[in-house]
Design a protein around this ligand. Structure first.
Ligand SMILES: Cc1cc2nc3c(=O)[nH]c(=O)nc-3n(C[C@H](O)[C@H](O)[C@H](O)COP(=O)(O)OP(=O)(O)OC[C@H]3O[C@@H](n4cnc5c(N)ncnc54)[C@H](O)[C@@H]3O)c2cc1C
Ligand SMILES: *[C@@H]1O[C@H](CO)[C@@H](O)[C@H](O)[C@H]1NC(C)=O
Ligand SMILES: *[C@@H]1O[C@H](CO)[C@@H](O)[C@H](O)[C@H]1NC(C)=O
Length: 407
């Protein structure tokens, strides 16, 4: 390519930041290429789902064409940059746990189940009878931070080696740091418009507002990557993306927590009516447990800084997980947070590719649903190829092309 290229990335979530990384580390990246990442938050990058997700990376995630690309890339990145220390990379076990919750009034010093629990701890690793009972429930020996007496069933969901994790905020921030080391620029700015050259049908730039002053600026671009997560339709309204809000909390448990991700089904017997709660619990290497509740379709506010946290939703997660784990019940609540997932309205997705029906040079990379942390490296690698090589060759992402989603 003869002249200079200016690639503008809209959105400093995991997709935007990882894209900046893969672009700036592509062999064709040179001093003729400028990369600018714009982020609408006053606070900085990854204030949405990319900072507040669980961070599971799984071979069994979907869609397969992206997972197949992304899982090996996560491993490579972790090896190259000491992801273990930098962003909490590690493999962990993953299983489904079914059982009952201890009612809140039972949680004090009491008789019955409480005693059973105590004797369990004393015999840890000694009592063969105990081991047999745990095996019948399917409970692994080292999964000692859920109450055995309340467990109905545990089953492993994937073989060892098929599930890993990252701390999503630390991963995202690291990707942008490495991109900046190679010359990419971070600019606070909320994009209000993508401009197109009407004679060529190619993107020509973007208009953005300063998050603090509101002052408008224009920058020229040869390529625009739209990676604004659930906010993407605010810029390109024809995208079929809706926001789903989900709450989560992080807890510093008492005692060391073994590395498990648990998908729970907790039966709550209230007023003889059986209801269920299904929080997900992810143990993290710095001895933090991330717990998230269900999602609800909800209006996406103007910016990520305006997302409201419903304290009652957080309380309900805390109560539910406290009902199955003494270590969590007695732990210290650290964060109470909410964020929006970008979900495709008509199922499928994510949407990855050039939206040439809208404008040449406009690349869409959004709609990653509940697997955006897992699928970011594959998405970003593909986009870097698309921009520098003119086509995606690392995998076949035809089914994710914007033409399937845009009129
Ligand atoms: C509770 C929960 C748990 C999850 N757990 C996992 C998990 O375990 N594993 C997994 O793989 N995925 C998980 N996810 C999904 C994952 O978090 C998302 O798919 C992913 O973060 C989406 O990244 P993104 O960059 O597309 O969007 P976002 O993180 O939303 O980032 C978009 C960014 O664009 C910015 N922006 C918006 N509008 C503009 C504009 N006009 N101009 C400039 N910037 C703009 C926003 O401020 C934001 O920073 C989870 C999600 C939730 C909610
Ligand atoms: C993904 O990889 C698996 C295992 O290697 C393979 O069986 C499958 O066909 C791949 N799927 C896609 C869509 O690439
Ligand atoms: C658990 O979660 C459900 C559903 O969110 C909620 O109704 C209930 O009050 C929570 N509390 C306990 C103790 O389980």
């Amino acid at each position: 390519m003869s002249s200079t290229q200016h690639i503008v990335i809209i959105g400093g979530g995991i997709i935007g930041c990882t894209t900046a990384y893969y672009l700036s580390h592509h062999p064709a990246y040179s001093s003729n290429t400028k990369i600018t990442l714009l982020e609408a938050s006053k606070v900085g990058i990854a204030q949405g789902a990319s900072g507040k997700a669980g961070g599971l990376i799984a071979k069994w995630a979907y869609p397969k064409e992206l997972v197949n690309l992304s899982f090996p890339e996560h491993i490579k990145l972790a090896e190259k940059y000491d992801g273990e220390n930098r962003w909490g990379w590690r493999f962990l076990e993953c299983g489904s746990w079914e059982g009952r919750a201890r009612a809140p009034e039972e949680t004090g010093t009491g008789a019955g189940k409480q005693d059973k629990r105590k004797s369990l701890e004393k015999t840890l690793g000694l009592d063969e009878g105990w081991k047999k009972k745990r095996a019948a429930l399917g409970l692994p020996d080292d999964l000692d931070w859920v109450d055995e007496a309340l467990t109905d069933h545990y089953s492993s969901m994937a073989p060892t080696g098929d599930t890993a994790q990252v701390h999503p905020y630390l991963f995202t921030a690291s990707m942008l740091d490495f991109a900046k080391e190679k010359g990419a620029t971070f600019t606070p700015g909320r994009v209000t418009e993508i401009r197109t050259d009407s004679s060529t049908g190619t993107v020509s730039g973007v208009v953005y507002a300063d998050p603090i002053t509101g002052e408008l600026h224009v920058i020229d671009a040869t390529h625009v990557v739209l990676a604004a997560g659930p906010w993407s339709p605010h810029i390109l309204p024809s995208l079929p993306i809706i926001g789903t809000r989900a709450h989560s909390v992080t807890i510093r448990p008492t005692g060391k927590i073994s590395p498990y991700a648990l998908f729970t089904e907790i039966v709550l017997d209230s007023d003889e009516r059986s209801t269920q709660a299904t929080p997900e619990l992810y143990a993290r290497p710095d001895n933090e447990v991330y717990c998230c509740g269900p999602g609800e379709i909800s209006q996406v506010p103007k910016t990520v800084d305006d997302v409201e946290v419903d304290q009652a939703a957080c309380d309900s997660i805390i109560e539910n997980v406290s009902g199955i784990s003494e270590q969590l019940r007695d732990g210290k609540i650290d964060k109470r947070q909410a964020c929006f997932l970008p979900i495709i309205d008509i199922s499928g997705g994510p949407i990855v590719g050039e939206a040439d029906s809208v404008a040449k040079g406009l690349i869409v990379a959004t709609g990653h649903g509940c697997w955006g942390i897992c699928n970011a490296p594959g998405t970003a690698k593909a986009i870097a190829e698309l921009i520098f090589e003119g086509k995606i060759s690392c995998g076949n992402l035809d089914s994710l092309h914007p033409s399937h989603y845009l009129a």
